[in-house]
Ligand binder design. Structure first.
Ligand SMILES: [Zn+2]
Length: 275
């Protein structure tokens, strides 16, 4: 071993002692630098936490568990508040109550039988109406309003994709429809659903500017006579469901009613959960 090391020395390689000194210098250097590494780590963790906190405003796919002792059976998780001028984006309400929420969009197809079906099944919904679809007969929807459903905001012209609009265009679409609905139905809407569901931070700001409490998306939809789920294959407490005023309204509504019954849920108005 010694011979080998002596041979290596011919090539001016470091001796064992020199290697030990180098090792200790590196070890000392690591110990000195270590606190600053830890600080950086904490700093990064804090940034991540901040990002998560910001993200928490969009509570899509958040599930609550019935077994959680901190959850009461009261309306424990209402729609989050407006923070920094941004309306929250919601597609479900985390709750242990056996409730589900229904939003019916557009308003293009107006069938009297749709109202009867909702009456018979005691379903009240948020109706996200766009002026372009309802202007031929807005009075049709006052019947739904009289039965307890609530008229909400879905823009004047239903532009898609909505998040491609400038901030001022978004304000014009949202505030414009709110003004029209206030005039037509005697009540200003408080919830906004972007056409097609595409939104950005301008949408959240524009919605809040126009007096909306939330940007409402969905986690499941009744479409073509059956249910389509973004998560799992059944409804859960607090889910927001989307459907449309379409020719197949009755089949969609039946699919929704069957799904709510199978999950042991009942339909409530989302508006009752606004803080
Ligand atoms: Zn729509």
């Amino acid at each position: 071993m010694l011979k080998i090391l002596q041979q290596f020395n011919k090539y001016n390689l470091p001796t064992i002692n020199e290697l030990l000194v180098i090792f200790f210098v590196f070890a000392l250097g690591f110990l000195i630098l270590r606190p600053s590494y830890q600080f950086d780590h904490r700093h990064i963790t804090k940034q991540i936490n901040h990002a998560n906190h910001t993200k928490a405003f969009h509570i899509q796919a958040t599930r609550s568990t019935v077994s959680s002792p901190s959850k009461s059976i009261e309306k424990d998780n209402s729609i989050p508040p407006i923070i920094d001028g941004l309306a929250p984006v919601i597609s479900t309400i985390p709750t242990s109550e056996h409730v589900v929420f229904l939003g019916i969009d557009d308003g293009a197809i107006k069938q009297q039988s749709d109202l009867s079906m909702m009456q018979q099944n005691n379903i009240k919904a948020s109706l996200f109406l766009a002026n372009i679809f309802i202007k031929d007969n807005p009075q049709f929807f006052t019947q739904f309003q009289a039965e307890g459903s609530v008229i909400e905001d879905h823009t004047v012209n239903h532009p898609i994709p909505f998040n491609q609009l400038s901030y001022s265009q978004q304000v014009s679409e949202i505030c414009g429809q709110a003004d029209l609905e206030q005039q037509e139905f005697g009540k200003r809407p408080t919830l906004f659903r972007p056409p097609g569901g595409a939104y950005n931070i301008d949408t959240q700001r524009a919605a809040a500017t126009c007096g909306m409490k939330a940007v409402v998306l969905w986690i499941a939809k009744a479409n073509g006579g059956s249910m389509q789920y973004q998560v799992g294959n059944s409804l859960h407490p607090g889910d927001i469901v989307l459907m449309h005023f379409r020719p197949e309204f009755q089949a969609d509504m039946q699919a929704f009613i069957d799904a709510q019954n199978a999950a042991g849920l009942h339909t409530e108005l989302l508006e009752n959960w606004v803080q």
